[in-house]
Design a protein around this ligand. Structure first.
Ligand code: RTP
Ligand code: MG
Length: 141
């Protein structure tokens, strides 16, 4: 297995619920290290740019509206198979379909307000990490 990095975002719903620490605890328990982090209230342009692959999808406007509705917590996670491990911790996109014990099953309310984002491939992870963090702000350990 290879050590990877992945981009994680704790979305506005979960920040508002004050469960940032509980979500970080799950990353740590799974062996993922936080190697960069910041809280940020995204502008529309930042949210649209981040989710640009979904620009033509019917849910794009709702997604952007939601992502700019409050501050988010953005972090880079590092560890063995970090991309897949984080996706497993997150659970399915729709919390109603997410396995018991996953972040989305436990903290998300709907497919829009679904608590977390995680990169879906190592290739996209590299792009997404660079979108929010210059390499000087990622502290590999
Ligand atoms: P994310 O990118 O946020 O980690 O979520 P994901 O990979 O599990 O899902 P993705 O297909 O990338 O979709 C991005 C976000 O758009 C919203 N969505 N709504 N109404 C719908 O059918 C629908 N499908 C997706 C979700 O909030 C999803 O997290
Ligand atoms: Mg996605």
């Amino acid at each position: 297995m290879a050590v990877e990095r992945t981009l994680s975002i704790i979305k506005p719903d979960a920040v508002a619920k004050n469960v940032v620490g509980q979500i970080y605890a799950r990353f740590e328990a799974a062996g993922l290290k936080v190697v960069a982090a910041k809280m940020k209230h995204l502008s529309r342009a930042e949210a649209e740019g981040f989710y640009a692959v979904h620009r033509e999808r019917p849910f794009f406007k709702d997604l952007v509206d939601f992502m700019v509705s409050g501050p988010v917590m953005i972090q880079v996670l590092e560890g063995e198979s970090a991309v897949l491990k984080n996706r497993e911790l997150m659970g399915a996109t729709d919390p109603k379909k997410a396995d018991k014990g996953t972040i989305r099953a436990d903290f998300a309310d709907s497919i829009d307000a679904n608590a977390v984002h995680g990169s879906d491939s190592a290739e996209n992870a590299a792009i997404e990490v660079a979108y929010f963090f210059p390499s000087s702000e990622v502290y590999s350990r």
